[in-house]
Design a protein around this ligand. Structure first.
Ligand SMILES: *Cc1c(COP(=O)(O)O)cnc(C)c1O
Length: 427
């Protein structure tokens, strides 16, 4: 089941204390299969990317067809059907006021592009004194430089703090859960802090960047839509643009296609990745309103967006994403997530030794009552125990969460909760 030695340097891994790798041979639906034939239930959608199931034949087929026809072409000055179709499909699903799709190839770069768009928008419209960004404590926006700066307080980047951009401020985030008695207090404190910052620096800030409703890697920390709406309203009054990082929340995770659908208002820029290709290939999109796009029009290149990756708009990735979008309609994916959510709400609070339960769409999270830490051996030990029970789970410190692919049927999910309860007893 495991592979001993490998020359691969792994992501987010301390090699000295890590255990043997689990070598996966194949995947089908919500299951992964090891070379030895063991079955593992993927309750984290393989780092939050998988939606319709592993190796879904519709997406696998679309990829094979596209690869045989056109694998890639330079994306400046040239276009192709999969990229055009995907932009149309995304904009149709996203609705007003989103008009323009910029492709890159991972969530971090989708965020970098969004920040460049917002900062350059300010320059392009003659407000170059707006060079600051507001983000939130505990937020995570990816591993590239500006994304790390925006996620400086997530706890993942402490080693690099001296190298990160100070122009990104961090405000308190009112992390909350079911029956949290301090919810209103936390929200009011954070709004008061926001007001202070706006009074002092309101006209020096270009953008507010937030993961809408759920901070993912920061520990599946939830906020209420009413609070977020109030934040957006207040920053908008000061002429600040709003960026929603929906890299994790997008594509049905919150029980709606996009998390912003839980709100009565819309951001100016949205970052999408992870689930965009159904979890098959790296792809991301930064989607903007016409107002943002139009400010980049002019006679000089200096006013244009100076950004573009070698694999921008890769046809195979776009074809996978188009096939995935079709599946959302054919398989009623969002409805499936709503059904999963009901099981989460029923079963999550029954898990032993847990507290601070919270559920939104496919996401269920809580804290384990014992103290630990992301880097601790205990956290790694927990993963091993869950794996022995056939479950792929990856707690974030003390935070235990489930984020299954949308294809996981509710009966299997219910059974998995029983197995999980046994595993927690065995910790
Ligand atoms: C994962 C994640 C990112 C980074 O995406 P990568 O594809 O890993 O670069 C950015 N923002 C959020 C909210 C994420 O969850």
């Amino acid at each position: 089941m495991t592979t001993k030695h490998s020359n691969i340097w792994r992501p987010y891994t301390q090699h000295q204390t890590m255990h043997d790798m689990v070598k996966i041979d194949s995947g089908r639906g919500a299951y992964l299969y090891t070379e030895a034939g063991d079955e593992i239930l993927d309750l984290v959608s393989s780092w939050w990317v998988n939606i319709h199931g592993h190796s879904h034949p519709a997406i696998a087929g679309a990829i094979a067809d596209q690869a045989a026809k056109l694998e890639h072409v330079i994306f400046a000055g040239f276009s192709h059907e999969p990229a055009e179709q995907l932009a149309d499909g995304l904009l149709e699903k996203m609705g007003s006021p989103f008009e323009y799709v910029f492709y890159s190839d991972n969530g971090s770069t989708a965020v970098e592009v969004a920040l460049k768009m917002a900062l350059q928008y300010a320059i392009n419209v003659g407000n170059s004194e707006r060079n600051g960004v507001i983000a939130f404590e505990g937020g995570f926006h990816g591993d590239t430089w500006a994304a790390m700066s925006a996620g400086r307080t997530s706890g993942f980047f402490d080693t690099y703090l001296d190298f990160l951009a100070p122009e990104i401020m961090h405000l308190e985030y009112p992390s909350t859960w079911m029956n949290d008695p301090e919810q209103t207090e936390k929200e009011e404190a954070s709004l008061a802090k926001l007001e202070q910052v706006l009074e002092r620096h309101g006209d020096q800030i270009a953008a507010l960047l937030i993961e809408p409703l759920v901070q993912g890697a920061g520990g599946m920390r939830f906020c209420r839509p009413e609070w977020l709406e109030e934040v957006v309203r207040r920053v908008r009054e000061r002429g600040i643009k709003v960026i929603f990082d929906e890299v994790m929340t997008g594509f049905s995770r919150t029980g709606k296609m996009f998390a912003y659908e839980h709100l009565d208002l819309r951001p100016d820029i949205v970052c999408l990745s992870k689930g965009i290709s159904g979890g098959f290939l790296p792809l991301s999109a930064t989607v903007a309103t016409e107002e943002i796009f139009d400010s980049f029009l002019g006679e000089t290149f200096g006013q244009a967006l100076s950004h573009g990756h070698s694999y921008a708009g890769n046809p195979i990735a776009c074809a996978a994403a188009c096939a995935s979008l079709k599946l959302f309609d054919q398989e009623q994916t969002v409805q499936k997530v709503v059904e999963q959510s009901a099981v989460h709400r029923e079963c999550l609070p029954t898990l032993p030794r847990t507290k601070n339960h919270r559920v939104l769409g496919a996401i269920a999270a809580c804290e384990l009552e014992q103290e630990s830490g992301y880097a601790s051996l205990q956290s790694i030990g927990m993963r091993r125990t869950f794996l022995k029970h056939g479950l792929l789970l990856r707690p974030l410190g003390d935070t235990l969460y489930l984020l299954p692919p949308a294809c996981l049927d509710v009966e299997t999910l219910r059974t998995a909760y029983g197995t999980l309860a046994d595993a927690i007893h065995a910790l």
